[in-house]
Every structure is written in C-alpha cells, then in structure tokens.
Design a protein around this ligand. Structure first.
Ligand SMILES: NC(=O)c1ccc[n+]([C@@H]2O[C@H](COP(=O)([O-])OP(=O)(O)OC[C@H]3O[C@@H](n4cnc5c(N)ncnc54)[C@H](OP(=O)(O)O)[C@@H]3O)[C@@H](O)[C@H]2O)c1
Length: 286
C-alpha cells in the first residue's frame, strides 16, 4: 500500500489517508453503542494498515455514554507509537442525557482540553481543533478570536502542540492566524460538494492541511455517484475508494479521515491510497 505523506504543522509527518474515529462508538454523531471489541480491532488494524493520524473528540460517544472514541483509542493503542498523531476537537460538549452544548465562552475550553488529555492518557495533545458553530456550515459572522486566544494560552502552557479550526469560513482562518499558527482546517466536504473551494484555496496558499469531515458524504448517497461509479468500474474499485482518491487528488494539502467502525470498510478505504486517477477520470468526475 503506497501512501504519500504530508507534514502536519511542519513537524508531524502523516500519511494522507488517516482515520476518523467518530464512527467507533456509534455509527454517527449519536446512536446506540457499537461493539467496543470491534472498535478496538478496527483501531489496531488501522495502524497496521498505515494509519498514523487519528481524528477524535471527547464528544464522540454512544447515546448512553457507555462507549467513547477516546476511551477506545486509549484502550486499543496506549502507550502510543511515537509516530501516531491524534487530533481532537473542543467546542461541543455532550450533555448527560443527550444533546450537545456548543461552547462560545473561552473559559469553557480549558476543562475540555484537560478532559481530552485525561481520556487519551497524554501530557500534550498533538492537534486541537476549535470546532465552531452548531451545524455543518460555517457562520461567517461569528467571531472566534477570544476562543482561539484561550487555546493559544493552553498551547503556550505546553498542553497543546498545534492548533486547528473546524467548520470555519475563510475569514475565521485569518482571524485565528493573527493570534497563533493554524495547522489544519476541518470543514464539511465530499466529492459531490465543492462549496469549500475558497477555504481550500486559503489552506493551499498558507500551506496548511485541509482535512474535511464527511469525506464519504457522511454515509449519505453521493449526488455524484453515477459519475464516480463509471470511474470505479475502470479501476475495479469501489465508489468510496474513488471518492477518497478524488479528494486526495483535489489538492496537495488535502488529507482524508474516512470514518468507519467496520474492518472491511477500513481495509477498503486504506487501499484507496493505491489508486492513481487519470486525466480521463478527472474529466468524468467533473
Ligand atoms: N469537525 C466536525 O464537525 C466533524 C463532523 C463529522 C465528522 N468529523 C470527523 O470526520 C470523520 C469522517 O467523517 P464521518 O465518519 O462522519 O463520515 P464519512 O467518513 O464521510 O462516512 C462514514 C460513513 O460511511 C460508512 N463507510 C465508511 N467506509 C465505507 C466503505 N468503504 N463503504 C461503505 N460505507 C463506508 C461508515 O459506516 P461503517 O462504520 O459501517 O463503515 C459511515 O456510516 C469522522 O469520523 C470524524 O472524525 C468531524
């Protein structure tokens, strides 16, 4: 399996296909608990297959809170390999009994960072995203400066190595970068949804990673599926594999973090690293 690599934050080399941990505890942001033994097997197999970048959050948990992504990561992989990068997010906080509180008060971020440190069993978090807004589309008018300053303070205290942003508009990137370096942006994206081009271009200009969530459309049918299927047939590949190959081909700063709780899907997704799309494929994908 051939993986091209990206230098995250200038000092963390990662393979361009990583792993999104949101699907470990439940098959979605909410849902009944998935089998934790399978989640642990998926995480261990992911590393065998070349994953060295895991995307997680303290708020990735089953409805009843009995299974959490951070808990499974620690149980499966701690003590961590030196080359493993674990990125987490702060902002949303899962409430007892369901629902999510979106922190807009900067003072709420320190306990969230501390919770991630404890749950993952580390002294310093590799990458922390400030997750902004309640939905999956950025709210350009929302100021993030005070919250990003709070995270920059925690970074200066040595609790965080790199800072990043999630669900942001292009203006947020400039607002944050004036406070502290931003190493990645994580916004909604899929082969069928190219609304994020302005943010992607900003990431390219700054040389920072663009690591979209929903790289497989969040499991929803892709509006571009017919075109992807034609390309998939040519490569004897699957639609998700072509979606991932297309994402990686879209920009040298694009990284993929497909989410799965399935060993078979994990194998399939990691094999997408071997697919080289042709000019004909790109033309067909539109
Ligand atoms: N920053 C944010 O606001 C935000 C929001 C959402 C997600 N995220 C992060 O981004 C990561 C990726 O997003 P995502 O997991 O929501 O969506 P995704 O990767 O686009 O899609 C995951 C869905 O596709 C299914 N799937 C995965 N591989 C497949 C395959 N080869 N064939 C068929 N189905 C497949 C999964 O089901 P199975 O589990 O059954 O394979 C799951 O239902 C998350 O895991 C999380 O780390 C961040």
């Amino acid at each position: 399996m051939t993986q091209t690599r990206f230098l995250l934050g200038g000092d963390l080399p990662v393979n361009r296909i990583g792993y999104g941990a949101m699907r470990l505890a439940a098959n979605g942001f909410t849902g009944p608990a998935r089998d934790p033994a399978v989640g642990i097997a998926v995480l261990r197999r992911a590393l065998e297959l070349g994953v060295d970048h895991i995307d997680t959050a303290a708020f990735y948990a089953s409805d009843d809170g009995s299974v959490t992504a951070n808990g499974l990561i620690r149980e499966a992989l701690h003590p961590y390999r030196d080359d493993l990068v674990i990125a987490t997010k702060v902002g949303p906080v899962r409430q007892p009994g369901g629902g999510v509180h979106m922190s807009t008060d900067p003072a709420e971020l320190r306990p969230q960072v501390e919770a991630n440190l404890t749950e993952l069993g580390v002294d310093r978090l590799d990458v922390v995203y400030l997750r902004v807004g309640g939905g999956v589309a950025p709210l350009a008018s929302e100021s993030i400066g005070a919250r990003f300053e709070a995270l920059a303070q925690l970074q200066s205290e040595g609790l965080i190595r790199h800072l990043a942003l999630s669900n942001v508009a292009r203006g947020h990137l400039a607002e944050a970068a004036a406070i502290a370096p931003v190493v990645a942006v994580q916004n909604a994206f899929s082969v069928g949804s190219r609304d994020e081009l302005a943010v992607l271009e900003a990431c390219e200009s700054a040389g920072i990673a663009y690591i979209p969530f929903f790289p497989l459309g969040g499991g929803a049918p892709d509006t571009n599926a017919n075109r992807i299927e034609a390309v998939a047939r040519r490569h004897e590949a699957t639609v998700p594999q072509i979606a991932l190959a297309s994402l990686l081909a879209s920009s040298p700063v694009a990284l993929a973090i497909p989410g799965t709780g399935s060993l078979a899907h994990l194998e399939e997704n990691m094999a997408a690293a071997d697919i080289v799309l042709t000019a004909e494929d790109h033309a067909d994908l539109g």
